[in-house]
Write a protein that binds this ligand. Sequence first.
Ligand code: COA
Length: 347
Amino acid sequence: MTSSNVHSIGFGLATENSKGEIIEVFYPQPLLAPSETLMEAITAVCKTEDGGNGVVLLDSSLLANLQSALSAANQAELASVLDKFSISSKTAIFCILKEDSAPANVAEAYLKLHLLSHRLVKPHGVNLDGLFAVLHNLAWTNRGAIDLEDLPQVQLDARLNDELLEIMSVDKFPKMSNYVMPKGVRIAHTARVRLGAYLGEGTTVMHEGFVNFNAGTEGPAMIEGRISAGVMVGANSDLGGGCSTMGTLSGGGKTIITVGNNCLIGANAGIGIPLADGCIVEAGLYVTAGTKLDLRDNTGKHIKTCKAVELSGVENLLFRRNSLSGGVECVPLKSSVSLNAELHGHN
Ligand SMILES: CC(C)(COP(=O)(O)OP(=O)(O)OC[C@H]1O[C@@H](n2cnc3c(N)ncnc32)[C@H](O)[C@@H]1OP(=O)(O)O)[C@@H](O)C(=O)NCCC(=O)NCCS
């Protein structure tokens, strides 16, 4: 099937605030690189004013016309989604990203976050420049997303109805699991994974684990530590309880951290350097880029003193703090880690 030149599209159900602004969108089936046939069917019925990136509000007649056009183009699945939209009281929208430019509005931003969590693009695979300025800070409640300006009134109305409005969080990002649950993952505490996280098949995120947007895991992984925005963890790696991967959103760090395949970051440890495949960081040791360490060979002989960042591309290393001298050491690893096969074979 020939692909159109369109980056991505999504039909979504939007939540609006009391000013009629879109504050949040759910896209059940976001599409990356839609086919030419599909785009011809859609654009025959609806397109943005200038034919570029944007959002079209779908009233009942547009929904009906789109549904017929999609059915005629053998797109039964999408046509059925629109059929369901037509009986909803929510605002239905069509969002099209002809190109991957910085998200210009909430609908575009949510489409990109969905693409990540649906595993259609990997972290760093879409342009998220200016995302924080576009997203609203919302109260995420048992009644869905509520703009903070509208919150006092909604709280009062709930009380007057003898109901309690439960606020789960106040944040720019909702939890991923309320939008999509990618196949083969386990998440012990769903609030710890934000929409826009990319969780590869076989990933387990335990209660202390956290996965930010534009970050995630390639494949099987045990995540009991924090995966900061922008950080990608390779397959078969283990992030121990409470460990940290340095992000670049705050704190001045510029280096994008990656964790290779078959790595172990011990409990309460942390990394401020990219880790190559097969590396281990001892429990409790934080290895920052500038950490000066004693590099040793496999007989324990001192090779040189260097900064940890100089070893960021080297595989199969163990970073540890010598418990007698207090100095940080790096030694070649004799054995590599492997994930608990029983735990990961049953996600
Ligand atoms: C760093 C680590 C991987 C080393 O484990 P290991 O390879 O099994 O090594 P051992 O504990 O068998 O130690 C090997 C030798 O090094 C010594 N050693 C270990 N750590 C040391 C340290 N920090 N300083 C000095 N010596 C050390 C041991 O005493 C032992 O000495 P020996 O040969 O004289 O007996 C382990 O200590 C660790 O931190 N694992 C992380 C586990 C974790 O946090 N998992 C996540 C759970 S949520």
